[in-house]
Design a protein around this ligand. Sequence first.
Ligand code: ZN
Length: 134
Amino acid sequence: MKIEKIDHLGIAVNSIEEGKNFWTDVLGLDIETTEIVETQKVLTAFLPIGESEVELLESTSPDGPIAKYIEKKGAGIQHVAFRVKNIDAALDELKEKGIKLIDQKARIGAGGVRMAFLHPKATNGVLVELCERD
Ligand code: ZN
């Protein structure tokens, strides 16, 4: 598997509306896209930084994964996403190596990317996302 770059950092916020000011007004970044991902019960906002992006994540439901994350650990960096060329091959390779996965198969995430999460127990505590973009 070849990791091409850090695609984005996923940051859990209580509210994008309230949390965005630091990113936009202070750092001068722009929110390029916002999107609700129903399956993950999350509102996402992407802010490009050079070749990578920051993804702000706001839960749309108290029982969503982001709401649970914030309840347990507080707001902050929730995941790191690495871009790969072929996510199916990457997941097969990880399975062969016995790496625990949250998503056994790639699914569609914000922006139409094909993505999958690895289990933090297999990655020294970091929630790692692999993603493939066209
Ligand atoms: Zn992400």
